[in-house]
Design a protein around this ligand. Structure first.
Ligand code: DHB
Ligand code: FE
Length: 296
């Protein structure tokens, strides 16, 4: 059997019926996308002679994977692919330059304390070095960006994020802040040094990665959202350039220009990193994607 089987009238009619294209009502765009998605699955089944056992074990995997979908999406490269799509659309629209975007990941929590000045992000004890990060947020002409809010979040030295910590040891906003930036665009914070992150051992993402002959590790990293009136919202992260996984991130978030090497001096480490934002041009440029996020 060849993939042409999916193009037979019987299967094509099935697809049109199943996606609601032959029904009144419903959402036309959803119908079109559902149709193509299901057709892609059918084509894959035929192309690879997928057996009954393989198909149903895949369905069982998806059923069990539910809560980890946010981890699987970066793991299989789809979240990075979305960045590549946005970059390509920007290039077509001539909207380029500034600090590269990179994936948000699944571990942001809304509602972190809004603070000002040279701030400490770490509330909980953590016996490790101190990270000092400083820099400036500018626009395309190197003008300081006024009234920005810098959202920062990172893991602790065990690689666990507050709110999502399986040990339950962290207070809700440990290593999470929203920093209100003044008119000079400068920021400064310090925190307990994060370590690399791994997906939950033996969970669905870990099992998938192992079955693919891969791993579920990320280099130590710090996440940012930057928002400011008149500028385009930026989602990015820095990954430590000297981490063993800096060149082998399971989530594909490491990008050129986002891999600073911390300057390590005894129990302190320093990173200087400037953000350059694009100017907002279209409605909605200043705002966040409508992605559902945890709230504490
Ligand atoms: C994942 C975890 C992260 O901390 C991150 O930044 C990106 C992805 C994950 O578990 O998939
Ligand atoms: Fe992360």
């Amino acid at each position: 059997m060849t993939e042409d089987f999916v193009k037979t009238p019987q299967v094509q009619t099935l697809l049109n019926q199943a996606s609601g294209l032959l029904s009144e009502g419903g959402d036309k765009r959803l119908k079109d996308i559902t149709r193509d998605l299901v057709e892609a699955i059918m084509t894959t089944i035929v192309k690879h002679d997928v057996t009954q056992d393989e198909f149903w074990s895949a369905i069982k995997f998806f059923q069990e994977a539910g809560p980890e979908f946010g981890l699987i999406v970066p793991g299989v490269g789809l979240e990075h692919f979305l960045d590549l799509v946005l970059d390509a659309r920007d290039a077509e629209a001539g909207q380029t330059g500034g600090t590269p975007r990179t994936i948000e990941g699944p571990l942001y929590v809304a509602g972190a304390p809004l603070v000002e000045g040279d701030v400490n992000l770490t509330d909980d004890p953590d016996d490790t070095d101190t990270l000092y990060m400083t820099g400036q947020i500018t626009g395309p002409d190197q003008e300081p960006v006024k009234d920005a809010i810098l959202h920062v979040w990172h893991a602790n030295s065990k690689g666990f994020y507050s709110y999502f910590d399986p040990t339950g040891e962290q207070t809700p906003f440990n290593n999470r802040r929203r920093i209100k930036i003044g008119s000079d665009g400068r920021y400064a914070f310090h925190s307990r040094m994060p370590n690399g992150y791994s997906v939950p051992p033996e969970g669905p993402t870990d099992r998938l990665m192992k079955a693919l002959g891969r791993h579920g590790n990320r280099p130590a990293h710090v996440h940012f959202f930057v928002e400011a009136p008149g500028y385009r919202q930026l989602t990015t992260q820095i990954n430590f350039g000297d981490d063993p996984f800096a060149g082998d991130d399971f989530a594909f978030a490491t990008r050129e220009g986002l891999l600073p090497v911390p300057n390590r001096q005894g129990e302190s480490a320093y990173i200087a990193f400037d953000f350059e934002l694009q100017r907002a041009k279209a409605a909605g440029d200043e705002g966040f994607s409508a992605r559902a996020r945890a709230e504490a």
